[in-house]
Design a protein around this ligand. Sequence first.
Ligand code: PHE
Ligand code: ZN
Length: 868
Amino acid sequence: MRPEEPIAIRLEDYRPPDWLVDTVHLDIDLHPTEARVIATLKMRPNPDADGARAIVLDGDELKLSRITLDGKTLDPRAYVATPERLTIPRPPSGPITLEIETLLNPSTNTQLMGLYQSNGIYCTQCEAEGFRRITYFPDRPDVMAVYTTRIEADKAAAPILLANGNMTESGDIDNGRHFAVWHDPFPKPSYLFAMVGGDLAFIEDTFRTMSGRDVALKIYVEHGKAHLCDYAMDSLKRSMRWDEEVFGREYDLDIFMIVAVADFNMGAMENKGLNIFNDKYVLASPETATDADYASIEAIVAHEYFHNWTGNRITCRDWFQLCLKEGLTVFRDQEFSADQRSAALERIGDVRNLRAIQFTEDSGPLAHPVRPSMYREINNFYTPTIYEKGAEIIRMLRVMIGREDFRRGMDLYFDRHDGDAATIEQFIACFAEASKRDLTHFSQWYSQAGTPHVAAEGQWNAEAKTYRLDLVQNTLPTPGQPSKEPQVIPLAVALFDEQGRAMKTDEHLIVLDRASQSVEFRNIKSRPVLSINREFSAPIVLRTNATEEDTQVLAAHDTDSFNRWQAIQTLAMKWLVAHVRGAEANTAAPLLDALKNVLADRKLAPAFVAQALAMPTEGDIAGEIAKNVDPDAIFRARKALRGTLSEELRASLQAAYDTYAASRGPFNPDAKSAGERALKNAALDLLAANGDAKAIALAARQFADADNMTDRMAALAALMPHDIPEREQAFKALYDRFENDPLVIDKWLTMQAMVPEAATFDRIKALTEHKAFSFKNPNRVRALIGAFAGNPSQFNRPDGAGYRYLTETAVAIDPQNPQLAARLMGAFKTWRRLEPGRAAAAEAALKAVAKAPNLSRDLADIVGRALA
Ligand code: PHE
Ligand code: ZN
């Protein structure tokens, strides 16, 4: 039977809580199958609420064993307890103390929400609505309380007991048990609660804050892994310093802890003073982690740390405001990475990612505003739109009002809202005040979904010496928003002459805020070349009337690295789209010239050259084509282009490879060394693109000789598209060497799932039976099944078997871990743009899921929206 559609939660229905909780005392007795939780809640009616005064507490699969009110056992007729709710219809009218005892089974908690075990370690995950799986509680972010947590456990099984805040007491009790008490003085919402108990190794360090306080830093991991935490610790210290220097934000407790666990649904979680991480974003050694892994560890450690101010000290009033903490914190971590590494390269990487994951979401059935107005399952809204587009809005805001007013607005926000559960309106008001601007229209970015398309057409008038730029914007309909209003789009613009020299008009900011408008530049003595949306000042899709020659000028001379890179991509994309549409004869000469140029330019950072050599992905091309997409035709076009580059650029690619292959010292994960490896490996990748025997031998040798995982994986990636024995030998060698390292096994699974051959489908099915694989661990599932869903030509097999396999897998995982199941279905966010045959197959697979019995709310919601 079809389950009922999960009920809609609407922003407009927001009401303040009827009851507030001032303090929470949790007494947690850890046991693998019968953990006991006694929650003592000091509650009082909310003076700011109207409405009924019943106490309604949230639960999720809870078993109540005891309840008292003001010390007296509550009469069974005075309350109603179900696994999902505890209601006291007629409570006293003043402050009360409730004591609630629940019994939990951490060992069978496969959802990884609430209290669960990961390799025997007790840990919790409460965002968004996991606290209600621990005890009955008003589990909403605007109920903020001071928490004291007492944990008791078997000392041998769990010698380490951690919770939020500072430890105030600990000691032994009889029967081999012991306890610890933690107190967090900062009021917080329940989603930031955390506790951990287990036999853990750790590394420690200290940080002296700007006001001279010493903070203890600890990173806890499973035994045998402590030597893999140094980079995470270093990233943490740099993050703490950076937040002081750039945002004036100081850490506030005496201790900051990170715990890494193997089973985690997401990347990491910012619980107050006790961040819990997926071990993928903590553990690293040159042997096992790539440069990209190091960069993610740095970014995610920073992200979670930055949440201490943007998320924890100031939290969200309700889940509709999720971007208030996530978009802002992504913006902050991107800025941090830009400062630690290279701003230009960070921007290129961020935009590549935005286009790959957010533009695709924004143009398909799962599109939603950065601040949604309705949801059915909040877990499904931890999306690229909330995170990445949310960060883009903050960046645009800074472009609009300037860096100084932006910083003043941030200061005002921290000042005014410290301790609050805030809204987007309150956040924006701080910047309106700081900059004395009306940001009403700008705020529409939060409520209107879809990526604006902007057409920019320039006309030079030789006689009048003017250059007129006509701008038109349009946003396509998205679910629930059939017609769109013009957005406020800040466009950074510069003009070059045809030789690539900057014209005297310096960079200029045009704010496009109507459906169409024109701007005129005067005293333009020769035909200019337009560089627009510099640094990607707005998250839009841009069309211009630039000629191919104009684009070549920018590819060679633009002073904005982002737009220089973009020009090269534009040349490549033009060739690719023409090829997909069957125009075989078009020439790649402009692109080849641009790339030769870049490869020969010794002043360019190697990391930039590597990005220039990385052609648009199959997903990028599909996005550009947008309708009637044939993934096989796209695959062939991209392969043909890379083959052409491989042949035409062979000498310079080989030279780039040799330059950086020769300069080898001990491994250093810093940006400069990573950039050199990136160029060497981008060259190798193109050299091998045709399967040329010499290049394959080179890749095989690099794989065998590599002293670090970056070079090893790059060599494997170069072999991967070719059905050759060297590839299979490399897969085997990687497994044999790292079979006991699950994080490397994930790379091994992913690489196999990405092979662009029909045999991949059977290979991944076989791998699910492999002893290294488990459907219970989210990292394994994402590494294999998630990567397969990201293999454009094979997931989109014309026979639809890829779609059916993914949906059947999601349905099978659903009862065990609904969040993981729903996330896998994200692969369907682009199904409507496929050619009719594949679209029909995808739709049929989705409809089969919709008919499956007992779907979780997570899966029912995603499938319902994907089909709507
Ligand atoms: N709040 C976490 C972050 O972005 C993400 C997360 C959400 C983790 C939900 C777990 C569960 O930093
Ligand atoms: Zn976050």
